[in-house]
Write a protein that binds this ligand. Structure first.
Ligand code: 2AM
Length: 183
């Protein structure tokens, strides 16, 4: 079985910029900068036959390249209930267009449609409940002006997520270019 998701990798300069925010928050499990990414669609565990169907469907996705900007910080959950800290993505119609194309390709490949609303973000850290709300508030204030980009997005990627003792690592399996149909 393969644990798959589809995402957009970030240029080294953007990862460096984000990593400068990755300290000063007790209880945070920081994502390693080489693992920073923007998810388009989480797939989960599938067998190799389904993975091949997904690959063939993604090969047919046609969407234009675009630029993205990361803007500000947010969290899933608030205060002491926050469970993830992330960099936000400045509103982008081309990103939503690509995400919709990817979603319909996956449904064509036989996957069940995603029920959850798409919420673009780059996870910087997971919080296990030991981070005091007041420390998180101060961290957000100190780092909330975070802004990276604009940077070009000219492909998206099928990743395998490998769960390990120190957390998951993400391995690119296949890149799909943006910018028109290529034989
Ligand atoms: P996250 O960054 O908010 O944790 C690989 O796990 C990627 O898929 C991550 O970007 C993760 O989002 C996203 N993802 C979405 N739904 C998921 C789920 N149910 N389980 C694990 N990862 C999920």
């Amino acid at each position: 079985m393969l644990r798959l998701f589809i995402g957009i990798g970030l240029p080294e300069g953007v990862r460096d910029g984000l990593s400068r925010c990755a300290s000063g928050l007790p209880g945070a499990r920081w994502v390693a900068p080489e693992n920073y990414h923007l998810t388009l669609r989480f797939i989960g565990e599938v067998d190799e036959g389904v993975a091949e169907d997904v690959n063939e469907a993604l090969d047919l996705v046609v969407a234009p390249p675009f630029t993205l900007t990361l803007d500000g910080l947010g969290s899933f959950g608030k205060g002491h209930k926050a469970r993830a800290l992330w960099a936000g993505v400045a509103p982008s119609d081309p990103l939503l267009h690509l995400q919709a194309k990817v979603e319909s390709a996956l449904v064509r490949a036989g996957l069940a449609p995603e029920e959850r609303k798409y919420s673009p973000h780059v996870t910087l850290a997971y919080l296990g409940g030991e981070t005091p709300a007041e420390k998180l508030g101060r961290y957000m204030e100190a780092n909330g002006l975070l802004r990276e980009g604009p940077f070009p997005v000219d492909h998206f990627t099928l990743y395998e997520s490998v769960l390990g003792k120190t957390g998951p690592t993400y391995h690119p399996l296949q890149d799909y270019p943006l910018g028109g149909w290529q034989p």
